[in-house]
Design a binder for this molecule. Structure first.
Ligand code: NPQ
Ligand code: MG
Length: 371
């Protein structure tokens, strides 16, 4: 029996971060995200578009996502009999780019399908390889190295299994040297969000002495070939993030030796269907993966948890507790970690958490219903 989506509701919500988050492309104080609710005969599924507020991480941002879902993606699934959630990706594949907008809608249909089948989302997507997912944290660029060291200490004491710090030119080799001096044995990695070029290879090579688990996306957001050249010069594994937007690109990057680890983000690749295919390509090639994060509210966070139960998600990811980002989350209970630095998966149908409707309404800045 197929799925006939008879209603799509878009909401734009505003959530201030408890602490600013700085990357090589700028500082963020507040998130504004688009939530997608799809309905079929009175039952709803929910998705969260992970695009940022500006087109700096990739080409998408909150307003572009709203326009793409409303004008191009939702019309392709509304009032059309889908065989299953698997078909949403192909139904919207005529849209060039804008994977996060497409993925927010696609994930909502997966959630709806899971609820209709009375199954948790992790089971619906073929996951469930583990009952708890290993968690790391992503720590932004701070005003001072002392601030950074204090933050790392807090997270290590909270039990997180891996620390990722953001780097950019001027906040790299010497910063990491001081982190390593203070924390000689933690699992440590650095994410450059495309802040360097091949001309910086000697600087990046200097990071080899710190025993990092990996360095994430050092070079351009759309560049695979240069990463292959760089990886040949480094002993530290390169982890690819921004430049892997499809399973095909993952296969090409692996073939070229552009990296040894892949960060999978649900939105960046356009939803669960493609995320599973990226996962499978990496798995077959012996490339471990982990689940990235985009400062998600509870719905996106819960979707990430489901994704990270696929078998090849063997490294701690960037999915962490709600309270690291939000004073209050839109789901009940909030996403919490265990003292082991893990998140336990939940067995309720769909993404596994309740939506706090009153709170959601209080932070909704606009809403549009599509029939
Ligand atoms: C990454 N995330 O792995 C991203 C980048 C990122 C948790 O490190 C607003 C919107 C702010 C999107 C900050 C983490 C963001 C953002 C960082 C994405 O590269
Ligand atoms: Mg990254």
């Amino acid at each position: 029996m197929g799925i006939l989506i008879d209603r799509v509701v878009l909401r734009r919500i505003r959530m201030p971060l408890v602490h600013f988050f700085e990357t090589s492309f700028g500082r963020t104080y507040e998130r504004q995200m688009v939530l997608v609710e799809v309905s079929s005969g009175g039952l709803s599924g929910w998705g969260e578009v992970t695009a940022g507020e500006n087109p700096f991480y990739n080409e998408e941002w909150t307003d572009s996502a709203w326009a793409i879902v409303r004008d191009y993606a939702a019309p392709r699934v509304l009032n059309f009999e889908l065989g299953s959630a698997e078909e949403v990706n192909a139904r919207t594949a005529h849209i060039r780019g804008h994977n996060m907008a497409r993925g927010g809608l696609e994930a909502a249909v997966w959630d709806l399908q899971a609820r209709r089948n009375g199954r948790p989302l992790w089971a619906e997507i073929g996951g469930g390889a583990r009952r708890e997912i290993p968690c790391g944290v992503s720590i932004g660029i701070q005003n001072t190295v002392d601030d950074l060291l204090r933050k790392i200490e807090t997270e290590v004491n909270d039990g997180y299994q891996r620390i990722k710090i953001k780097i950019k030119p001027g906040w790299d080799v010497e910063t990491i040297r001081q982190v390593r001096k203070r924390f000689p044995s933690i699992l440590l990695m650095a994410d450059a969000n495309s802040a360097y070029t091949l001309a910086d290879a000697p600087l990046l090579k200097a990071l080899d002495e710190f025993g990092l688990m990996m360095i994430e996306q050092p070079l351009a957001h759309d560049e695979i070939i240069d990463h292959a050249e760089l990886q040949a010069q480094l002993s530290t594994p390169i982890c690819l993030d921004e430049c892997i937007r499809s399973a095909h690109q993952a296969a090409q990057a692996i073939r070229m030796g552009a990296g040894r680890i892949v960060n999978i983000k649900l939105g960046r690749v356009g939803g669960f269907g493609e995320a599973k295919r990226v996962h499978d390509v990496c798995h077959a090639a012996g490339i471990p993966v982990w689940c990235g994060g985009m400062l998600e509210a509870g719905i996106g966070r819960a979707h990430n948890i489901a994704l990270a139960t696929l078998p090849n998600f063997v490294l701690p990811g960037d999915v962490s507790a709600s309270k690291r980002y939000w004073k209050k989350d839109i789901v009940e209970p909030w996403v919490e970690t265990t003292p082991r630095g893990t998140i336990e998966i939940r067995d309720a149908p769909g993404f596994g958490y309740e939506i706090d409707r009153a709170f959601l309404d209080s932070i909704t800045v606009s809403k549009e219903e599509l029939r």
